[in-house]
Design a binder for this molecule. Structure first.
Ligand code: ZN
Length: 174
């Protein structure tokens, strides 16, 4: 599920961002987790995701965990953990460096198909982060080619790429 971006162009749904998106997603995730006896929820949010959106901050996840715990006093200690929140997307993806097969099973696309499109903003961010992180990307994409919105200079020095800039590129979703 994606909450920080509008739905992709080819979606049959209205192109708009879902208000309270992470509150909804984390509520559902926490409910399912508690039902299964799990109280720690890992959220793979990076500093490139949801830039300038409060729902994508560690402050929000800590506060939201507190609300969840107060809502279910018998089931304490729900914790939403963001282990790579302070890393860039490509730095977080480096965790997959030795396991490209596992990386290929992860999902980024904001379209509602069975195969990731490969060219929406989320797919482009994913493909670039994999490239910058040195991961062999064996993911199946509907579009094998994609337009790289970054310059050669940025690709050679990814720390200078402004946060979330891939999503704001002309090739990203509206
Ligand atoms: Zn996509």
């Amino acid at each position: 599920m994606h909450g920080s971006q509008r739905i992709a162009d080819e979606s049959p749904y209205i192109k708009q961002r879902l208000p309270f998106s992470m509150s909804i997603i984390l509520s559902l995730t926490s409910s399912i987790a508690l039902h299964r006896g799990i109280n720690k929820i890992l959220w793979g949010n990076t500093s490139d995701d949801g830039v300038e959106k409060f729902e994508y901050t560690t402050k929000f996840s800590v506060g939201f965990s507190k609300i969840l715990n107060e809502s279910e006093p018998d089931k304490k200690d729900i914790e939403i953990i963001m282990p790579i929140a302070n890393k860039r997307k490509w730095e977080g993806f480096m965790e997959f460096k030795d396991n490209p097969a596992l990386f290929s099973l992860t999902w980024s696309c904001i379209t509602e198909r069975q195969t990731q499109c490969g060219k929406c903003g989320a797919c482009i961010a994913r493909r670039l982060a994999a490239k910058l992180g040195g991961i062999e990307d064996t993911t199946k994409y509907r579009s094998k080619e994609f337009d790289n919105p970054l310059s050669i200079k940025q690709m050679n020095n990814p720390k200078n790429i402004p946060l979330g800039s891939v999503f704001k590129s002309p090739r990203g979703p509206e």
